[in-house]
Design a binder for this molecule. Structure first.
Ligand code: PDD
Length: 287
């Protein structure tokens, strides 16, 4: 079966899907995106992803390309047409196509929208989670507005590529005070050596992850010891457990930070439990 993408009003074969060379997303990274999990034929946490998309658009003064209901329809349609039961759906909105000029276009330029979907293997994800991943630490080098989910991901690309070249899956950004901000495409968590779950407050230096928000709900529901505060690299290396969260990884245990083994080198019990419970706390939009 061939893949289908939605591009500015049309469903097209994925291999032919293209935007204009003067799309501002291509020229200036002038756009935003969302990645949602598809789980057992449902798009997970659509309302929260829509709220964050709306906020990202507002912060950059880009209009919605069409109504929220219409975007929702297209998302369902793309997932359905690609027969994705488990996987990801990707939504990107840019300021649109205009002659290259740094200033916002002055005439009425419609925002561009692209929606794609692809299947992933739940078995492969569970296999990865049963082993855990390693992360490297990497100096924070991004702009301060990382709360906006923009497609300007070059620093993240370079950090993650370095992680890969050093045999790791993720890079944890570290601010000038030696505190972990977040991963290149994930939020960062530890269970401190005293058994307290820690993650950095959403107010500074991180993207407000939707998976993070679900895990916060789970922690409250399960009554786990938790503090929302920044933690240092040293604290993380001495932690009982570490893990990352994202729509693409859900709760993924971290078993090594640079050359330091975390805990006993195996996925921790808290991370494993939060992963197991994850979909008991999510919202579902049936496709
Ligand atoms: N990344 N921090 C960064 C920098 C991210 O890029 C992401 C998501 C997250 C986690 O957010 P959420 O829980 O809403 O997925 C945190 C997506 C998955 C990506 O770029 O592929």
């Amino acid at each position: 079966m061939s893949r289908i993408a939605y591009v500015n009003g049309q469903y097209v074969p994925h291999k032919d899907a293209a935007v204009h060379v003067e799309d501002r997303g291509y020229q200036f990274a002038d756009g935003v995106y969302e990645v949602c999990e598809v789980w057992q034929g449902n798009v997970v946490d659509m309302p929260r992803h829509f709220d964050r998309l709306g906020r990202s658009l507002r912060e950059l003064r880009i209009d919605w390309p069409m109504s929220r209901a219409a975007v929702e329809f297209v998302i369902r349609e793309v997932v359905r047409r690609n027969r994705v039961r488990n996987g990801m759906v990707y939504i990107q909105v840019t300021r649109g196509v205009a002659r290259r000029d740094h200033f916002f276009p002055t005439d009425d330029v419609a925002p561009s929208i692209v929606v794609t979907a692809r299947s992933t293997s739940p078995a492969a994800a569970e296999e990865a989670a049963s082993k855990g991943i390693s992360v490297i630490t990497y100096p924070e080098n991004r702009w301060p507005r990382v709360d906006i989910k923009t497609v300007a991901l070059l620093p993240n690309v370079l950090a993650k590529q370095e992680a890969r070249e050093r045999g790791s899956k993720e890079a944890w950004y570290v601010d000038v005070n030696g505190m972990v901000t977040e991963g290149g495409s994930t939020n960062a968590w530890i269970v401190s050596k005293d058994g307290v779950l820690l993650t950095r407050p959403a107010e500074g230096g991180i993207l407000r992850g939707i998976t993070r928000a679900v895990v916060l709900d789970l922690i409250a529901r399960e009554g786990l010891a938790f503090e929302e505060r920044a933690f240092s690299v040293d604290e993380a290396k001495q932690a009982r457990e570490a893990f990352v969260t994202a729509a693409s990884t859900l709760v993924m245990p971290v078993v090594r930070i640079d050359d330091t083994v975390v805990g006993n080198g195996h996925p921790g019990s808290t991370a494993t439990r939060l992963r197991e419970l994850f979909h008991t706390a999510t919202d579902f939009m049936a496709v």
